[in-house]
Design a protein around this ligand. Structure first.
Ligand code: F6R
Length: 606
C-alpha cells in the first residue's frame, strides 16, 4: 500500500529517496513519484508503474535537490496514472499522503469556489491547496494545525514548502509514520523499513501528532501545536538480508525459509532444558482470563480460525474469532475476563489496528502477535508476542502464516498448562513434537517436484475448490486464498460437510478439487465427501499424511503425502503443498508473484 519517504540533507537526496521507495515496493503500489526543492522551485517527477520507470524518468530530467519527498501510491481515489501519482503540488507546497481523506469532495468544492484548480482525481490534492490557502493568512505551524483539523479520515502526510529550503512537515492520524535521525540530515518514512538503509535511530508519531523536520533539528507537536518530547529508539540492524538470493521470487524464498522460521520461533519460546514454554512479562493472572477473542484479516484471520480449534481442544476458554473489519463496527459486549488477541504480520493493518484501539479504549486486555515488532499494533498492545520470521516481502503471506499459527499454538498450550488443564505428560509430548516441527517442515518442502507437474491443470481451470474438516477447514480457506491472489483463479475454501448444502452444484467434469484429508478424527467423513465430488467428475488432488493404511477411495487424480506429526500440528505441514500449488500455478501463468495485481502488503487503509 502507499509509502512515504522524505529527506532533508546537505547532499543531493534523489538517489536515496529512490532507494527508499524501492524498499517500500513490497507494500504493493501502482505508481510512484518524487518532488524536490532546488533553486527555489518545486520539481516533480511521477509515473504510473514501477519505481524502475520513475528512475528512468528521473535520469532524463536530472532531478536534484537537498530536500525531497517520495511516494509509492496504491490507488484509492482516482485510477492509477501519472497524473494521480503523488506528490501533489500547488504553487507553494508539495504533498505525499497515505490513507483516505473522507471529506475531500466537500473540501474540493470549497477550494474550487475560491479559484483553486485541480489536476488529479485524488483526495490528496485538496491537502496541497488547503495548506496553500491557509498559508496566505497564517504561519506554517498554525496552518498545519488548522489543516489537520479540517481533514476527516485517516492519513499520514509529508509536506515540503517552496520557501522553506530545509523543512519537511510530517503528520499522522491513523496511518503510521516514523522519523529517522542521521548525521546532519533527518528523515520521514511510512515505516522504519524505508529508512533502514540510512539510520536505525527512529521515533514514531502517535495519532494526532505532527513534526517539523530540518536537517539538524526534529520537533514534535500534539494536535494543538504544543511541543512534545519523543523517545528515540535504536532499531536492531541485524535483520536477515532482504534479497532474493538464488530465488526468482521472494515468495518461493519465504516458503523455503519456513523451517528456519519455525526453528527461530521455537528457540525463542521453548526452554529446551526444562521442556517448557516461556512467555515472559505476561501481564495478567491466568485465572483472570476465561475467554479469548482472536482478531485478524485475510491470512492472519485464517491463523485465528485454526487457533480456535486448538484453544477449544486444549483449554477451557470460550473462543471467538472475528474479522477485524467486522469487529470494529459491531456492537461488542466487552468482557473484563476476555483476552483480545490481534494477529498481524505487518502490525499496521488499518482494520486490525482500529479493532485494537476500540479494545484499548474499553480497557480490555490486549495481546498482539506480529512480525514487525516496531509496528503500531505492537506498540499499542499490552503484551507483544513476535513471530520471529524476519522480513516477509512477497505480498502473499506464507512464512508469517506458519509463524502466527505457531505462536498461537504456544500461547494456547501455555495457558492450558498454567490453568492445569493439559497433563504434564501430554504437555511434554507436545513440546517434543514442536521441537521436531522444523525438521518435518523441511522434509515436507520436498513435495515441490510433484506439485510442479500438477499446476498446469490448476492454471487452466475456470475455478476450483479446497475442502477440509476440523483443523483442515481453515487451511482449505487459506489454500483457496493463496490460489486466488497469486494465480487469479476463482477458488473456494469450504468445510467439506457443507458441500451438499449448495456448492456441490459447482462440481463439473474435470474441475480440480483439493481435498485436505489428514488421518485425523475427520478422515473417514472427508473421504466420503471426496467420493461425492469424484463421482460428479471432479479431479481430486488429495493431501494427506503418510500412513501404512491405504486410502479407501478410487479414482483419485493425484495424492500428496506430508510427514507425520500429532494431529493438531498437521495444519503446519498440509499448508506447504498449498503454498507451492499457488506459486507454481501463478508461475505457469507468468504472473508477478511477489506483487499480485490490485494487492498491497501492508493494508493501511480500511
Ligand atoms: C494474503 C495476505 C493478506 C494478509 C492481510 C493481513 O496472503 O497476505 O490476507 O494476511 O492483509 O495482513 P497483516 O497480517 O499484515 O495484518
Amino acid at each position: 500500500m502507499c509509502g512515504i519517504v522524505g529527506i532533508t540533507s546537505n547532499n543531493d537526496v534523489t538517489a536515496r529517496i529512490l532507494g527508499s521507495l524501492k524498499k517500500l515496493e513490497y507494500r504493493g503500489y501502482d505508481s510512484a513519484g518524487i518532488a524536490t526543492l532546488s533553486d527555489g522551485n518545486i520539481n516533480e517527477v511521477k509515473c504510473e508503474g514501477r519505481v524502475e520507470s520513475l528512475e528512468k524518468n528521473i535520469s532524463r530530467t536530472n532531478l536534484q535537490g537537498t530536500i525531497g519527498i517520495g511516494h509509492v501510491r496504491w490507488a484509492t481515489h482516482g485510477k492509477p496514472s501519472t497524473l494521480n501519482a503523488h506528490p501533489h503540488s500547488s504553487e507553494v507546497v508539495s504533498v505525499v499522503h497515505n490513507g483516505i481523506i473522507e471529506n475531500s469532495t466537500i473540501l474540493k468544492k470549497l477550494l474550487e469556489k475560491k479559484g483553486y484548480r485541480f489536476k488529479s482525481q485524488t483526495d490528496t490534492e485538496v491537502i496541497a491547496h488547503l495548506v496553500t490557502d491557509y498559508l496566505k493568512k497564517d504561519n506554517l505551524k498554525n496552518t498545519i494545525v488548522k489543516v489537520l483539523k479540517k481533514l476527516h479520515g485517516s492519513f499520514a502526510l509529508g509536506i515540503i514548502f517552496k520557501d522553506q529550503p530545509d523543512l519537511i512537515v510530517g503528520a499522522r492520524r491513523g496511518s503510521p509514520l516514523a522519523v529517522g535521525y542521521g548525521p546532519d540530515e533527518n528523515y520521514l518514512g511510512s515505516d522504519s523499513y524505508a529508512l533502514k538503509a540510512m539510520t536505525n535511530k527512529i521515533s514514531y508519531l502517535n495519532d494526532g501528532e505532527f513534526c517539523i523536520i530540518k536537517k539538524d533539528l526534529v520537533e514534535f507537536f500534539d494536535s494543538n501545536a504544543k511541543k512534545i518530547n519523543k523517545k528515540i529508539l535504536n532499531l536492531s540492524k541485524n535483520d536477515q538480508s532482504i534479497d532474493k538470493g538464488d530465488y526468482k521470487y521472494f515468495m518461493s524464498k519465504e516458503v523455503d525459509e519456513q523451517p528456519i522460521t519455525i526453528k527461530n520461533c521455537v528457540n525463542e519460546y521453548i526452554d529446551k532444558f526444562n521442556k517448557q514454554i516461556n512467555i515472559y512479562n505476561f501481564p495478567w493472572k491466568i485465572r483472570d482470563i476465561s475467554s479469548v477473542v482472536l482478531i485478524g484479516c485475510g491470512t492472519a484471520y485464517h491463523a485465528c480460525l485454526i487457533a480456535k480449534y486448538w484453544f477449544e481442544e486444549h483449554t477451557s476458554l470460550d473462543v471467538t474469532v472475528d474479522v477485524a473489519s467486522e469487529f470494529r463496527y459491531r456492537k461488542i459486549k466487552f468482557k473484563k475476563d476476555s483476552l483480545y488477541i490481534f494477529v498481524s504480520q505487518s502490525g499496521e493493518t488499518a482494520d486490525t489496528y482500529a479493532a485494537l484501539d476500540i479494545c484499548k479504549k474499553n480497557k480490555m486486555k490486549t495481546c498482539s502477535i506480529v512480525n514487525v515488532v516496531e509496528s503500531s499494533i505492537a506498540r499499542d498492545s499490552q503484551l507483544v508476542l513476535p513471530i520471529h520470521c524476519g522480513p516477509e516481502i512477497g505480498v502473499a503471506s506464507t512464512k508469517a502464516f506458519l509463524g502466527q499459527m505457531l505462536v498461537l499454538y504456544l500461547l494456547c498450550l501455555k495457558i492450558s498448562f498454567d490453568k492445569k488443564i493439559i497433563s504434564k505428560k501430554k504437555y511434554s509430548e507436545k513440546i517434543k513434537y514442536l521441537l521436531s516441527l522444523s525438521n518435518l517442515t523441511k522434509k515436507t518442502l520436498k513435495v515441490d517436484s510433484k506439485i510442479q507437474k500438477l499446476c498446469k491443470v490448476f492454471a487452466n481451470a475456470k475455478g476450483c475448490m479446497f475442502l477440509g474438516r476440523g483443523y483442515s477447514f481453515p487451511i482449505a480457506l487459506e489454500g483457496a486464498l493463496k490460489l486466488k491472489e497469486l494465480a487469479y483463479i476463482h477458488a473456494e475454501g469450504y468445510p467439506a460437510g457443507e458441500m451438499k448444502h449448495g456448492p456441490l452444484a459447482l462440481i463439473e467434469e474435470g474441475m480440480p478439487v483439493v481435498v485436505l484429508a489428514p488421518r485425523d478424527d475427520h478422515y473417514k467423513k472427508i473421504v466420503s465427501n471426496m467420493q461425492e465430488v469424484i463421482s460428479r467428475g471432479a479431479k481430486v488432488l488429495l493431501i494427506t499424511n503418510k500412513s501404512k493404511n491405504e486410502i479407501q477411495s478410487e479414482n483419485i487424480w493425484e495424492t500428496i503425502e506430508v510427514e507425520n506429526i500429532s494431529e493438531d500440528l498437521l495444519p503446519f505441514l498440509i499448508t506447504i503443498p498449498l503454498q507451492k500449488l499457488a506459486y507454481y500455478s501463478a508461475l505457469e501463468k507468468g504472473y508477478d508473484i511477489d506483487k499480485p495485481r490490485n494487492l498491497a502488503k501492508s493494508v493501511t487503509v480500511e
